[in-house]
Design a protein around this ligand. Structure first.
Ligand SMILES: [Zn+2]
Length: 104
């Protein structure tokens, strides 16, 4: 663990992605990979501290970062979409009312 970067990098295969049906690879530190393969392996975030959350996810599930975004578009997760009808003035009033309610 740590300080063994001289061992070089390893390109490891990842499972088949359920979104696109393809496998993939992730480039990792060889020493990190050996740790991940060890019998009492630590949590993945401790094995691959240099990788992003998305890359670790791909190692575990095979889901590519871009496929993850397709499955769970970031905007639609949190933003509530409100249908506005009527005039622009009515829309302003409507949003003002929503913001007012949110404050209470
Ligand atoms: Zn994919």
């Amino acid at each position: 663990m740590g300080g063994d970067e001289k061992m070089g990098m390893a390109r490891i295969p990842t499972p088949i992605c359920i979104e696109c049906g393809k496998g993939g690879t992730i480039l990792v530190q060889m020493s990190d990979y050996l740790l991940w393969q060890s019998k009492d392996r630590p949590l993945i975030q401790n094995c691959f501290p240099a990788l992003s959350r998305e890359q670790r996810e791909q190692i575990l599930t095979g889901i590519h970062p871009e496929c993850w975004e397709k499955m769970f578009p970031p905007e639609e997760e949190e933003v509530e979409i409100v249908e506005v009808t009527g005039t622009l003035e009515e829309a302003y009033d409507f949003f003002a009312k929503i913001q007012e309610e949110a404050r209470q």
